[in-house]
Unconditional design. Sequence first.
Length: 255
Amino acid sequence: MQRLVCAVVQLTVKAGETREQAAARVIAAAAGAAAGGAVLCVLPRLDPIVGDSPDAVTSVTTAAAGKAGLWVVAAGARGVVVATPQGQLRPVPPGGIEPASVAGLALGLLPGRGAWSPEMARILSLRGAELLVAPVAIPAPYGEWDQLAGPWQVTQANQVFLAEAGLCGVAPGGISYASRAAILGPCEITPGETGFLARSDGPGDKVVLAPLDLEALTGVWKNYPIFNEFNYGLYERQLGAYYVGPARGMGGWTW
């Protein structure tokens, strides 16, 4: 598969909304993503709107995937949830440092503040991730520079795609969330070389869509193989237990 459409969802936390109403909005957002041609939909962290019981996020995510007929990734307080187009739960690799196979892509899962942890993104990318996903709920304020320092930076540093989904609005208890839902890629293959394929244009419920051109991504790797420039001796000495195996098929690289 050389090209597929990805969607990220931005959802508003609404005062007085029931969990059932919130779940209906989640399912509608996934349906909107499917109508836009997406085969993969990344939802935000959902427990602030659907509840933090063990099954709440899982049941909403699998329902959204099954009804829309596409892959759905979401997160809750207990981690990331991945659901198949058949509405089935797909187990994710334990430990968080192995990519998951989803929709024909190698996905690196970055819940919580993972997109602001450069080494987590680096480990996943070295292990073959093509798309990093960040299903988040970021407390306000969350400005442009915060996004550039996290999701944008790890996208450029590792030459991957990244899908960031978020919450906005004020939750019961007064927690205010801000979202900058976006789909990012290496600057060389994005409009205006901005590093953004598509992004939300403001607050409110949004479905942001963009095609991921894997052939173009491979071209970036060939034209500028950034992984050849790393200080592998330092990685081996300090983090050897995590960096094992060939990087993107470059070969000759096992510790």
